[in-house]
Write a protein that binds this ligand. Structure first.
Ligand code: CA
Length: 237
C-alpha cells in the first residue's frame, strides 16, 4: 500500500485510475493542475507520483523539474499522450523515472508502479540503516536496538518513528508527518498517540527522559532529532 499522488486533468482518466489504484490497496490523492500538483508533492510527500504532461497552469515536465530542484526523490511515472515521442525523452530528462504512453493497460500501469515502489524502497533502505545516539545503537535493517550491551525492546512503530526522525535529523518532524508516514491513518489515531509513543521511546533511549538529549520537542510542531546523532556511522569503529 502506497500513497500515490495523481496529477491529471482528464476527469474520466482520474476516475478510472482512482478505481484501479484503490483496488490495488493504494491511497490516492488527485489534483488536476500542475501548480497544485507541485505544492502537494512538496507538502504531502507521496510515495509515488503519476504525472500527466499536458496540464493546466504548469505542465508536467516543469512540475517534475521543479520537484527535483527542491531535492524531492519521489518516484515519478509520467503519462504521455500517444505519439508524442519527444515527450518521453523530455520526461526522462526532466527527472521522471519512467513513462507510460496513453492509452495504457491496467496491468502495465500496475507493473510499472510496483517496480518503481520496489526500487524506491530498496534505495531508502540502503540510504539509512543505522543510527547511534550516544551509547544507544539502532539497526533499522535488522530491527534491533541496544544500549551498551543490553538489547532494547522497540516496537515496529518505534523503529519507524526513530527512522523518520533520523531521516530528518536536525529538522522538525510534525505530528501529522508521523501519522502520515508511520500510521498512514490506518487506525485513525490522534496526534496524542504520537506524543505517547515519543514518551515511550524517550524512556528507552534517553539518558534522562525528563531532559531529552536526543529527541527534542518543537513546540506547536512536533519533534526533532538532535543534529549530532550519528547516521550510518559504522565506519568510525
Ligand atoms: Ca492532460
Amino acid at each position: 500500500m502506497a500513497r500515490i499522488l495523481l496529477i491529471e486533468d482528464e476527469p474520466s482518466l482520474i476516475t478510472a485510475l482512482k478505481d484501479i489504484l484503490h483496488e490495488e490497496g493504494h491511497r490516492v490523492l488527485a489534483v488536476s493542475d500542475g501548480e497544485t500538483g507541485l505544492e502537494w508533492i512538496l507538502e504531502r510527500k507521496p510515495d509515488l507520483v503519476l504525472l500527466d504532461i499536458m496540464l493546466p497552469r504548469i505542465d508536467g515536465l516543469t512540475v517534475c523539474q521543479a520537484a527535483r530542484k527542491h531535492g524531492v526523490q519521489v518516484p515519478v511515472l509520467m503519462l504521455t499522450a500517444k505519439g508524442q515521442v519527444d515527450d518521453r525523452v523530455r520526461g526522462l530528462d526532466s527527472g521522471a523515472d519512467d513513462y507510460l504512453v496513453k492509452p495504457f493497460s491496467t496491468r502495465e500501469l500496475l507493473a510499472r508502479i510496483r517496480a518503481l515502489l520496489r526500487r524506491a524502497e530498496t534505495e531508502e533502505k540502503a540510504a539509512l540503516h543505522f543510527l547511534q545516539l550516544g551509547d544507544v545503537e539502532i539497526d533499522f535493517v535488522r530491527m534491533e536496538a541496544r544500549k551498551k550491551d543490553k538489547a532494547l525492546e522497540l516496537g515496529a512503530r518505534e523503529f519507524a518513528m526513530l527512522r523518520l526522525l533520523a531521516e530528518n535529523a536536525g529538522k522538525p518532524v510534525s505530528r501529522d508527518d508521523f501519522l502520515d508516514r508511520v500510521w498512514q491513518y490506518q487506525l485513525f489515531p490522534t496526534t496524542r498517540t504520537v506524543d505517547n509513543h515519543i514518551v515511550k521511546i524517550r524512556a528507552k533511549i534517553e539518558p534522562d527522559p525528563r531532559q531529552p538529549r536526543w529527541i527534542h520537542t518543537v513546540h506547536g510542531v512536533g519533534y526533532r532529532l538532535d543534529a549530532s546523532a550519528r547516521l550510518n556511522g559504522a565506519e568510525e569503529k
